[in-house]
Design a protein around this ligand. Structure first.
Ligand code: MEV
Length: 329
């Protein structure tokens, strides 16, 4: 809130109003001093984390479960009311349609106008497949809720965010939206049928980027569903849910390898991802798999503290790039 004394001159106030697009409120209590209160142009910020798929990718699109965790990299969204049209300044966002669609659906649902200036900031690149689109969608809903003082439940944010994903991409399980809302590690079933936070402690992963940007929606649309493989993936997800909760890293690593083999059978892995996973295991990782849609993006390797550096070097030697982010935050 800014207070300008009128005695500064009406002309300077009119100039200020034109450039800052503000509303004037006359306060009778201040009549003697003739003040105007300017009460618009308020900026509100919110943020949401990126995600890392741990187990169950692709099957989760077809009513199966998956396990996903958050990464420490976040997207920040700042919103501000304007008197002009919707304006989006989101250089880090791969597809601004996620922001446009969020504003459209939010204003329809909560009957508010969408003359908003949206700015985004990010501490991760959209190229790694950490879910910048879902993070920006969730952060925008949080920011708009704060701006219009509307309390929205986690389920409400999920429903709106998932609708945005389906309207923009046409496909998707919604696991990334749920991850950005709930944080930590969650067990998730398609469309949010189940969202269960898991208390996972001391999960130690190395993340390797393959250098190739994957096109998730193309991969999902092109995949011929194989329900026999999906059933096997489901069994792995159910078993790993238990081993993760028990911090049973040996079993978790074995299940990771099995999940990768099934993704290979589905045809979504690449030579580069396979090479990085093999290198990680040869140098002492307890298990390794691709993470996400495949076709590129990242792989993950489960490591003990003692083997971490060896595994990192072997992934780099296999042509990968190590991504240093915290997980399960
Ligand atoms: C992509 O990171 C994970 C997929 O299962 C797609 C989805 O669940 O929306 C392939």
């Amino acid at each position: 809130m800014i207070v300008i004394p009128l005695k500064k001159g009406i002309q300077s106030i009119i100039t200020y109003l034109k450039t800052n697009k503000v509303i004037l409120v006359w306060i009778p209590a201040y009549a003697g001093m003739t003040y105007f209160i300017i009460n618009m142009g308020i900026k509100v910020e919110a943020s949401a984390p990126g995600k890392l798929m741990l187990f169950g990718e692709h099957a989760v699109v077809y009513n199966y479960p998956c396990i996903v965790t958050t990464v420490s990299s976040r997207i920040y969204v700042e919103v501000e009311k304007t008197s002009g049209l919707l304006k989006i300044d989101a250089p880090q966002v791969k597809n601004v349609r996620f922001v446009e669609e969020t504003l459209k659906l939010f204003s329809q649902k909560y009957k508010v106008d969408n003359k908003i200036l949206v700015k985004t900031y990010s501490d991760f690149s959209s190229q790694y497949g950490f879910g910048s689109s879902s993070a920006v969608t969730v952060a925008t809903i949080h920011a708009l809720g704060k701006l219009y003082k509307i309390k929205i439940s986690k389920q409400g944010i999920f429903d709106l965010g998932y609708k945005v994903v389906l309207n923009v991409q046409g496909v998707g399980s919604g696991f990334d939206i749920a991850s950005a809302i709930y944080g930590g590690t969650i067990y998730f079933v398609t469309g949010g049928k189940k969202i269960e936070p898991l208390t996972v402690k001391n999960l130690s992963l190395v993340i390797g980027y393959s250098g190739v940007k994957a096109d998730t929606s193309k991969l999902v649309k092109n995949l011929k569903p194989d329900f026999k493989i999906f059933d096997q993936i489901k069994k792995i997800v159910e078993d790993v849910k238990i081993s993760l909760l028990k911090s049973d890293w040996k079993t978790t690593g074995e299940l990771m390898n099995q999940n990768h083999q099934l993704l290979q059978k589905l045809g979504v892995s690449t030579q580069k991802l396979d090479k990085m996973c093999e290198a990680a295991i040869t140098s002492g990782a307890l298990g390794a798999k691709l993470s996400g849609a495949g076709g590129g993006d990242c792989m993950i390797a489960l490591v003990s503290k003692a083997k971490k550096e060896d595994v990192e070097s072997s992934i780099v030697n296999a042509g990968g790039e190590i991504i240093n982010v915290k997980i399960n935050v």
